[in-house]
Design a protein around this ligand. Structure first.
Ligand code: BGC
Ligand code: BGC
Length: 603
């Protein structure tokens, strides 16, 4: 038989290997009754080098066609921040997922792809999904059981769109509030992030092959929150002992909870990019911490390595211990780069086999071989009333009361009395949600479904004899009221663009807060921000001052607390008096405006 005909025959045999429902598996790897290790070893023995390298390559949905998934044997797809199918709704996400999956299953060995997304505070790229408070607010709750419940709700929404893998939780320990990703951190000390790794249990469920189990990602390993001056993707200058004491413990906790994947940080440790750090990735994470899952690079992070060519960068990253490369667009070049590393002898075959084994382990554990397509029974869960109720509870528990002179709060539940509200975030779902909400950086305005503070207030006061008025940002008008409520703060941002050298409250916020408070008897300030801002000059204007963080789509949680549901939130960070206090953290001898753990609980 000619080589060519032999090749054709092998392809036909391989295609025929795809399991036929109700029939016995053709190969051991297709037999669900065998142990995962046996199935992985069998599958690995049947894979060509190209098939293995495809498994190690992750492409962005917008730069890949279904045909390329089949051609290049791509093992994984992701949605970058804001990258969504059109129309953006849960059903079209599920349809998109299924069509990519069909392309993956159309390869000779029929290996399913795994799809990853940043559901970092809810499945927030999907229109209509529940958006929970960002991690800084969840840190303020100090409630790991609630955070586990949130993880489960997120997993149900993610599963309803087919998706298998979440790039969350961020276990970053934010040490400098100037960092634009501070809101992705649960707090400034490792104990808070460590305790919130319950999110992983919520996402992954008791077993990964459960119907709504989603693979978790502990990110970004290691030291992302410790960079000098809070520079995003910056340089973390710490001794090894300090790095281990502050930034490592949450990852140990995540490994102990069985987190399926770890994402590498863009940042450097003492000048060396973590993406190329074999000691931290292979020796510490996989060796010492005993991490048995797979390691994914961050978005084009491999290209930031100092090596001269892409082939050199890829070889460095894979040898450091990265198992899957988030490319995101030039996947053919990435595969070629790994091929040249292997054929040129720079990347050992054993390293490739280890990487692929780790990835396949996750795919078998998730039972993707037997359940490759979307479980549509969860599609209706996206944005469900039950999940919104969990989010509303999280909002209630995340609010931190910084000041409450004269018992300004709680407000009486019934009138007669008048309330006027204003400020740029009083009726703005986008400002309430922050970055990573429908789009990567987020945006002001109504981009999805949910309740603003103003909508919640109208509901809470209907039929109570309390009159309400919203002056928005036109706070200079001729109104008067018994109670004034200002809601403002930061407008949305995400990584990079969110870094701030001032932590300024903003002159617009200052003027609007001053206007409202000068026209009312009792004044309440509610700050929506991803981190502490400099508020020393603002505090005297209001009787009560609330740190509301970035609560998400359930604004009713804020009104619940104003009208009597108790305050319980505690600061997850030290609140600086001036930006020159930064970095300021518990135990460093500096005197904050409010210390870590502060939060008044008058009712
Ligand atoms: C993507 C994000 C990604 C970022 C990296 C954006 O275009 O949407 O998901 O994190 O690029 O720079
Ligand atoms: C971010 C990650 C994110 C990835 C994919 C990167 O820019 O740093 O946190 O998971 O993009 O969107």
């Amino acid at each position: 038989m000619s080589i060519r005909r032999l090749g054709t025959l092998l392809v036909i045999m391989a295609v025929a290997a795809a399991p036929i429902p109700g029939h016995a598996a053709a190969f051991p790897y297709q037999d669900p009754s065998l142990p995962v290790a046996t199935r992985v070893a069998d599958l690995l023995s049947r894979m060509s080098l190209d098939e293995k390298l495809g498994q190690m390559t992750q492409a962005e949905r917008g730069s890949v066609t279904a045909g390329d998934i089949t051609t290049y044997r791509l093992g994984s797809i992701l949605s970058g921040g804001g990258s969504a199918p059109s129309p953006n709704n849960a059903t079209s996400w599920a349809n998109m997922y299924d069509s990519f999956q069909q392309a993956a299953l159309g390869t000779p060995l029929g290996i399913p792809m795994i799809y990853g997304v940043d559901a970092v505070h809810g499945h927030s790229n999907v229109y209509g999904a529940t958006i929970f408070p960002h991690n800084i607010g969840l840190g303020a709750t100090r409630d790991p059981a609630l955070v586990q419940q949130i993880g489960q709700a997120v997993a149900e929404e993610v599963s309803g769109t087919g998706i298998d893998w979440n790039f969350a939780p961020c276990l970053c320990v934010a040490r400098d509030d100037r960092w634009g990703r501070t809101y992705e951190s649960f707090g400034e000390v490792p104990e808070i992030a460590g305790s919130m790794t319950t999110f992983i249990n919520g996402l992954q469920g008791t077993t990964l092959n459960g119907p709504a189990s989603v693979l978790a990602t502990a990110k970004h390993y290691l030291g992302d929150g410790g960079t000098t001056a809070g520079d995003d993707q910056g340089n973390t200058q710490l001794t090894e002992a300090q790095l281990r004491a502050i930034h490592l413990p949450p990852f140990q906790a995540a490994v102990n909870r069985g987190a399926g994947s770890v994402m590498i940080s863009y940042s450097s440790w003492n000048g060396q990019k973590v993406h190329g750090d074999r000691y931290l990735i292979t020796d510490v994470l996989k060796g010492e911490l005993g991490f048995a899952g797979f390691v994914v690079s961050d978005w084009a992070g491999v290209k930031q390595l100092p090596e001269a060519t892409y082939a050199d960068q890829v070889a460095r990253a894979v040898n450091a211990g990265i198992d899957m490369i988030m490319v995101p667009d030039n996947y053919a070049a990435t595969i070629n780069a790994i091929v040249s590393g292997v054929t040129g002898g720079r990347i050992p075959q054993a390293r490739i086999d280890d990487a692929v084994t780790r990835i396949l382990n996750a795919k078998f554990a998730l039972d993707l071989f037997n359940h490759p397509y979307t479980d549509r029974s969860y599609t209706g869960q996206v944005g469900s009333a039950a999940h919104r109720a969990v989010a509303r509870e999280a909002v209630r528990k995340s609010l931190v009361l910084l000041k409450n002179d004269g018992g300004a709060l709680p407000l009486p539940r019934t009138g007669p009395y008048s309330i006027v509200i204003g400020g740029k975030s009083a009726d703005d779902l986008g400002n309430q949600s922050g970055g990573w909400s429908i789009s990567w950086q987020g945006a002001s305005g109504t981009r999805t479904t949910g309740s603003t503070f103003w909508q919640g207030l109208q509901r809470a006061t209907a039929g109570t004899g309390i009159t309400v008025q919203n002056v928005g940002t036109r706070t200079k008008g001729r109104y008067r009221a018994d109670v004034g409520i200002w809601i403002g703060g930061e407008t949305p941002y995400a990584e990079g663009r969110g870094d701030s050298s001032t932590l300024a409250f903003g002159s617009d916020n200052a003027a609007q807060l001053g206007d409202i408070c000068s026209r009312v008897t009792t004044c309440i300030a509610i700050l929506y921000s991803g981190r502490p801002l400099i508020i020393g000059d603002q505090l005297p204007k209001a009787d009560a001052f609330v740190a509301g963080w970035l609560p998400g789509t359930e604004g009713d949680g804020v009104t619940d607390v104003l009208f009597g549901a108790g305050f319980s939130g505690k600061l997850p960070v030290s609140w600086p008096r001036a930006v020159t206090d930064e970095p300021i953290n518990s135990g460093d001898g500096k005197t904050p405006l409010f210390p870590l753990g502060y939060g008044i609980t008058p009712y």
